[in-house]
Ligand binder design. Structure first.
Ligand code: 0X9
Ligand code: ZN
Length: 405
């Protein structure tokens, strides 16, 4: 009886209130139980994650029942573009890496062009293969100078989250600027000659897109896709790769539900895309600095993320995050928020930066690029170049500080 009346109620409300649009709603999340319910649900998040207070979600045509099933107060914020068909929307454009988002193949073609133009400074190697068989590449840049000190290395990861398109776009620019800088002995990064010498003895590694399947899925099917494309049991897809790393795996701020946006996978490193970063790590003798570019929120976050306890070495991490923040703000006036990930944003377990800090003692950061929520993941192409400029300034600030850590 109960289920029949629930069904009737559902039929009634879904016909009379069925919405035709993709809509951004703001939920009032009153406590940890509601936060967990939302995290475990298959509702697409517009916010970067669930927080107690308020969290924005995306509700599509015919999905209104999901909003009601959550049982939390909500408020309509805006109509969103249809998440399907972005490949059509952007087709036949002449591409410019300062002003356009690129398909995966076009990103790699651009990296290849730069590699072929700079064969002595740039190398590429395959670090893995995605679930759907796409190669996952890494590119290295070094100046080739004779150097007798300890060689340092800096790893930049892009596109681990599919819909955060500004991340691979920033990666392209930082890569190109690093090649140009290497060609002049890093004279544009610092006036300090001993630091320049150290940079000439350093290698910079770039992963253009860590999650190519998810990235392409955004173009072809769903612009708001976050995870990889793992075929989970029970007709749901995707593992949140930034919950699939070993440090703190399985803890708070991750979910064991297949359909959750923060599904952590069956085990640490269950996914080929996260294994690819381990492959890279094992190939590099030591990793001194690591940045994982995400969006959005304009934040520079240091470990730990899985616990609110600050790590040993947090004073240096914090001072460097402030140096990055100030360098970024000096370009176009956007002052990012710097701080420990768990306390500045939220607790999340099994993330890249905790892993690289734990395993390699790398100065590891998550940088949440633009914006602060006006457009969220749908950052307009007009903001690409300014975001690239501020990210380059942050990267330089960390590279220079890396030389005397
Ligand atoms: O949740 C994440 O994986 C990152 N945010 S995003 O919106 N890009 O998905 C944050 C990762 C680092 N987490 C914390 N510092 N809390
Ligand atoms: Zn992200």
């Amino acid at each position: 009886m109960r289920s029949i009346s629930a069904l009737c109620l559902f039929a009634l409300v879904s016909s009379s209130f069925a919405q035709a649009d993709w809509t951004r709603y703001r939920l009032t999340v009153r406590d940890a139980i509601e936060a967990q319910r939302l995290s475990d649900s298959d509702v697409t998040l517009f916010s970067d994650d669930v927080v107690i207070g308020s969290t924005d979600v995306v509700i599509g045509p015919g999905e209104q029942f999901k909003l009601w099933a959550l049982g939390m107060p909500y408020q309509r914020i805006a109509t969103l573009p249809d998440p399907a068909g972005w490949d059509q929307r952007y087709s036949n454009k002449t591409l410019n890496y300062r002003g356009n988002y690129y398909r995966y193949d076009d990103i790699i073609a651009q990296y290849e062009e730069w590699r072929i133009q700079n064969p002595t400074h740039v190398k590429r190697f395959q670090i893995g293969t995605s679930i759907l068989g796409r190669p996952i590449w890494a590119y290295s840049v070094r100046s080739n100078a004779l150097f007798s000190g300890a060689r340092r290395s800096f790893v930049v990861n892009c596109g681990i989250h599919a819909r955060e398109w500004i991340s691979p776009a920033v990666g392209m620019y930082v890569f190109k600027k690093t090649i140009d800088s290497a060609a002049i002995g890093f004279a544009d990064m610092t006036t300090d000659f001993s630091k320049r010498a150290m940079l000439r003895g350093s290698t910079f590694y770039f992963v253009p897109v860590n999650n190519p399947d998810g990235y392409e899925y955004c173009w072809t099917n769903n612009r708001m896709w976050r995870k990889n494309r793992r075929d989970n049991p029970g007709s749901s897809y995707g593992v949140d790769l930034n919950r699939n790393f070993a440090k703190g795996w399985g803890g708070a701020g991750s979910s064991g539900n297949y359909s959750s946006e923060t599904y952590r996978g069956t085990a640490p490193f269950s996914e080929p895309e996260s294994q690819a970063l381990v492959f890279l790590e094992n190939r590099v003798p030591r990793i001194d600095a690591f940045i994982d570019f995400h969006s959005y929120g304009e934040k520079i976050l240091w470990p730990w993320t899985y616990t609110e306890t600050p790590p040993a070495g947090s004073a240096w991490l914090n001072a460097s995050s402030i140096a990055m923040r100030d360098a970024g703000a000096a370009t176009h006036g956007h002052q990012y928020t710097a701080g420990q990930g768990s306390t500045t944003l939220y607790i999340a377990s099994g993330t890249t930066k905790d892993y690289f800090y734990d395993r390699s003692n790398a100065a590891a950061y998550t940088i949440e690029l633009r914006d602060t929520g006006q457009n969220g993941f749908l950052l307009p192409e007009a903001q690409i170049s300014d975001t690239q400029d501020e990210a380059w300034a942050m990267f330089v600030a960390l590279a220079v500080r890396m030389t005397n850590r």
